[in-house]
Design a protein around this ligand. Structure first.
Ligand code: MG
Length: 258
């Protein structure tokens, strides 16, 4: 499994950085539009339009997770409240007090970046603010472990520690992944400590790190739409993600605004 991890060239990293910038800009735009009364349909259409205008393609649209499964229908994953990830935007209207996870993939120059944010819809309760803040911060903690010589397991260990210290649980059945030449590549990146240290991080690896933190238990279930992942206990969940490359002396976040 370890030898399937691809190392990207400088040329590829440069293109991923450009694609990542497009992605970050679209996410910022969607965040500014995520207000009460706004529909997932509208935001999905806006995301696709903006990505295409910038020369990219929404890479989640028509994505097939495994052979024979139904393709994801939208550009955006749009997951509200107790929906953790992979929510379908259609037919959903945001209301005050919601938190919405917006996860987006961009294909640009044939290379793939992936990032997500969770957005507060107007005023939310303080516990949800704390959940969002802790999720974002746990992502930073995970990213801070990215440097040559560290291991995949260092990332999840740091994420779990921060999440649990702040009273939240970490989703275990889903995690981060290699990315760049495909939407999902090796290695899988758990957001919690493993017995196995995992692969060594090497300069040129590109990975998507994406902690999902829950207020209640870490257990998840698949909705009957066959895509949406929800918490089993109905309590709320938040999700933040960046695409990151390992550099010679640390990391570079590829999906950020410059
Ligand atoms: Mg991802």
């Amino acid at each position: 499994m370890k030898n399937k991890i691809s190392i990207k060239s400088k040329f590829e990293i440069d293109a991923l950085r450009e694609g990542g910038k497009i992605l970050a800009e679209v996410l910022e735009l969607l965040k500014s539009k995520a207000k009460p009364g706004i529909s997932g349909d509208y935001l999905d259409e806006l995301a696709e339009k903006e990505i295409k205008k910038a020369g990219g393609e929404p890479s989640f649209k028509n994505y097939v997770s495994h052979k024979g499964s139904c393709p994801f229908p939208a550009a955006l994953c749009f997951s509200i409240n107790d929906e953790i990830v992979h929510g379908i935007p259609y037919g959903k209207i945001l209301k005050e007090g919601d938190i919405v996870g917006i996860d987006l993939g961009v294909k640009y120059k044939n290379l793939f970046t992936d990032a997500a944010i969770t957005v507060a819809v107007d005023k939310i309760n303080p516990e949800l603010e704390k959940l969002m803040e802790a999720t974002k911060k746990s992502l930073e903690m995970g990213i801070a472990q990215v440097r040559p010589g560290n291991r995949i397991n260092d990332i999840g260990t740091a994420i779990q520690k921060y999440a649990e210290e702040n009273g939240f649980s970490v989703v275990r059945d889903l995690g981060g992944h290699g990315v760049g030449r495909a939407v999902h590549e090796e290695p899988f990146i758990p957001n919690f400590k493993q017995r196995d240290k995992g692969a060594k991080l090497i300069s040129g690896m590109v990975i998507a790190i994406e902690p999902m933190l829950n207020i209640g238990s870490h257990y998840i279930k698949l909705d009957k739409d066959n895509w949406t992942i929800k918490t089993v206990d109905g309590k709320y969940s938040a999700h933040f993600e960046h695409t990151v490359t390992v550099t010679d002396d640390g990391f570079e976040i590829l999906t950020k605004l410059f």
